[in-house]
Design a protein around this ligand. Structure first.
Ligand SMILES: Cc1cc2nc3c(=O)[nH]c(=O)nc-3n(C[C@H](O)[C@H](O)[C@H](O)COP(=O)(O)OP(=O)(O)OC[C@H]3O[C@@H](n4cnc5c(N)ncnc54)[C@H](O)[C@@H]3O)c2cc1C
Length: 429
């Protein structure tokens, strides 16, 4: 069986893995990227991609979590919203991510969708006016989207972008390869090879192109908040506690006029509640209906689907307590305490208030609870990692994904993860 030799092995090709790999390859390091998923192309942008790219996982408590298992990770199916890194990361973890986030915004072209793009979104406009009448300001959101390539009436970001308008981490994977790096896809990693307290490479679950091991001077785990703790555990490192996921409650209702059908999800949001721990946002009708059906929220949701063109959607997303854990066999235990329940209730109430003011029939409202897509906390700095993101007691083994965050950033994390990856590469010289 062939053994590959390299300087750096990066596990996972989501934003964390792709960005740190690209940065190190640009500094002249020999990099091998290992990815469990394939480079799916054919079904991207279609509902069927839910069966290939996206994995849905249920928690023991019945919550639903989505993630992308493909080259590019969850960025292939993410909604493309960008938020600055939280200020507390600098104080609590010693990472000054601001210059890195600014450089990435410039490189990727992160900006809000222009007003002209949103003209004609009558359902969203009604929500904006209704919220404003209640003193709640829904503001345009920063996006990883190039409006020149984006079809304003598509709203399929979460099925993958078929127009290449939405940035995904695949761009950085391709840059890594162009810089001389190597990508092994369909190559799930089982564990890290540790010798005398030092990382020496990784073992694959099954051989790929005849390769069963990649020997490396440094190993960077970026398999995401669910994948990284499993690899650490299989390597004899205790991880998987302090799990958070930024869960949402998605609210659907039927109005008297045209709803948010074909209007881009998460295009306007209110961040005024962020200090309390939640945000509220608009959602297109198709994702709002899909979330109700996936979560089997109620029979009412099925009834509402008859009035498809009048469906209106909003969601609230909370920054939850890091109170979950990944069990030994990879199951997810994610209970919510009184603080989380209070935030769910406050956020859902705000959505319903706005929707009611926008003319939604209260009797039509259904809520799909506990849907999350930002897993993290499972190898936190201060618990499993030192401040340089190195695993305690395992030299040259690093973590570069949301597992490293000691608590939820309380906002969509992709820009923060990218900035952390850029920061990590800069500390490695
Ligand atoms: C539907 C949805 C919408 C979202 N919308 C937004 C948004 O609007 N804005 C935002 O900021 N964030 C959003 N997110 C979250 C965002 O996509 C993730 O937080 C981000 O992609 C995490 O990056 P990562 O590199 O840490 O992990 P991931 O993107 O999860 O990448 C990890 C990669 O590692 C691979 N992997 C796992 N285990 C192994 C293994 N054993 N061996 C090899 N490879 C492995 C996986 O296949 C995956 O490709 C969304 C997520 C989802 C699911």
């Amino acid at each position: 069986m062939e053994r590959l030799e390299t300087e750096v092995a990066v596990v996972g090709t989501g934003p964390g893995g792709a960005c740190v790999a690209r940065e190190l390859a640009a500094r002249g390091q020999r990099v091998v990227l290992l990815e469990a998923g394939a480079r799916h192309e054919r079904l991207i942008g279609r509902a069927a991609s839910m069966g290939t790219v996206t994995r849905l996982v249920r928690t023991r408590q019945g919550g639903l979590m989505a993630r992308g298992v493909t080259v590019g990770g969850s960025s292939v199916v993410f909604n493309g919203n960008a938020y600055d890194p939280p200020a507390w990361l600098a104080g609590e973890c010693g990472m000054d991510l601001v210059p890195h986030a600014e450089a990435l915004k410039e490189e990727i072209g992160i900006r809000p969708l222009p007003e002209s793009h949103c003209a004609g979104w009558t359902g969203t406009q009604r929500l904006l006016e209704a919220a404003s009448g209640l003193g709640i300001e829904l503001k345009p959101q920063m996006k990883f989207i190039d409006p020149a390539k984006c079809d304003p009436r598509c709203d399929d970001c979460m099925l993958g972008c078929r127009r290449d308008a939405k940035w995904t981490a695949r761009r950085m994977v391709d840059q890594t390869v162009a810089l001389g790096g190597r990508l092994l896809d369909r190559a799930p990693v089982e564990s890290v090879i540790l010798e005398n307290g030092r990382a020496r490479g990784v073992r694959l679950k099954r051989s790929r192109h005849g390769i069963s091991q990649v020997r490396a001077d440094r190993v960077i785990l970026a398999a995401g908040g669910l994948g990284t703790p499993m690899i650490l555990r299989h390597s004899g490192v205790s991880a998987g506690n302090r799990f958070f996921v930024d869960p949402m409650c998605v609210v659907m209702g039927v109005g008297r006029e045209k709803g948010t059908w074909h209007e881009t999800t998460f295009s306007y949001a209110c961040e005024d509640f962020a200090d309390l721990g939640f945000l509220v946002s608009t959602v297109g009708a198709a994702p709002v209906l899909a979330s109700q059906l996936m979560r089997l929220s109620s029979f009412r949701a099925l009834f509402n689907s008859v009035h498809m063109s009048r469906i209106v959607g909003m969601f609230t997303k909370i920054g939850d307590e890091p109170g979950g854990r990944i069990t030994r066999n990879g199951k997810i235990d994610k209970p919510y305490g009184p603080r989380d329940q209070d935030l769910f209730a406050k956020g859902t109430r705000a959505c319903i208030q706005i929707m009611k003011a926008a003319g939604v029939d209260l009797a039509s409202i259904t809520v799909a609870k506990d849907i999350g897509g930002h897993p993290g906390g499972t190898a936190a700095v201060g618990q499993v990692l030192d401040a340089d993101l190195q695993v305690r007691g395992a030299k040259n083994l690093y973590v570069c994904d949301a597992s490293a965050f000691p608590r939820s950033p309380g906002r969509p994390p992709t820009l923060t993860i990218l900035a952390m990856a850029r920061w990590l590469a800069s500390t490695m010289g």
